[in-house]
Design a protein around this ligand. Structure first.
Ligand code: DX5
Ligand code: ZN
Length: 230
């Protein structure tokens, strides 16, 4: 993975057909996805359950590019090795998932993976200032994690802009997760985000047997973001 700040679209397979993950991953990459975003939920840290490392390992051979694993689980540390072995390229843990985020980020890098730090909408940036040398990506949640298809929380745009200023020249991605659409993508791109996760806005109108809408949706989000990217 080489670092750049170009706009990257990362479809979330939370909105894919769960009975067809392999084909869905191949379809979104063929239709122009840059990264594949994989949402892991435990029914404890968030009020929803998705899947774990075995599913990640099963879909890995169907992804040519970056597998971006977003862990909405607590505790997290005891599962990091399993997700690393499953083939994640980026492993993102939540600041709110436990008292020892610094140790968690160290452990992710120790496993040879890019370390992501996710922030819930109600979490400020104060702690991030102390973790900048520990992270490869900061994920600004623009919905409360747990479900796809929620409304984008506008107050996170100012947070994204402040985070971009804090990061300066450091090679740290800013990822936006939740409610990203053609309408909201420009708001965060202009604020300095480079990785745009989108679930419902990418998968709407398409299917494994009719993947063309995925491509149209990805291109529309990318164009809206690139028009204003900083
Ligand atoms: C929410 C997940 C997101 C979500 C995005 O907890 O982390 O990745 O699937 O879905 P949309 O784009 O539909 O808001
Ligand atoms: Zn996510």
């Amino acid at each position: 993975m080489t670092f750049d700040r170009r706009i990257k679209i990362a479809p979330s397979i939370l909105s894919a057909d769960f009975a067809n993950f392999g084909a869905e991953c191949r379809a979104i990459e063929a239709e122009g996805a840059d990264w594949v975003h994989v949402d892991v939920m435990d029914g404890h840290f968030v009020p929803n359950i998705t899947f774990g490392p075995a599913t990640c390992a099963a879909i890995r051979p169907h992804i040519k590019g970056v597998m971006d694993v977003h862990l909405m689980i607590a505790p997290v540390d005891s599962y990091l090795e399993a997700f690393a072995k499953a083939g994640a390229d980026v492993i993102t843990a939540h600041l709110e998932a436990g008292p020892h985020i610094h140790r968690t980020l160290q452990a992710i890098r120790g496993l040879g993976k890019k370390a992501g730090l996710a922030l819930n909408p109600g979490t400020g940036l104060d702690a991030v200032a102390h973790l900048l040398d520990m992270v490869d990506l900061v994920c600004v949640m623009t919905v409360n994690p747990g479900f796809g298809g929620q409304k984008f929380i506008e107050s996170q745009v100012a947070k994204t802009r402040a985070l971009r200023a804090m990061i300066g020249d450091r090679p740290i991605h800013i990822e936006i997760d939740g409610g990203v659409t053609v309408e909201t993508a420009p708001l965060v791109a202009a604020a300095g985000a480079d990785v745009l996760v989108a679930g419902s806005a990418v998968f709407k109108g398409g299917s494994v047997s009719n993947p063309a809408p995925y491509g149209a949706n990805i291109r529309a989000i990318r164009a809206a973001a690139e028009a204003v990217a900083v």
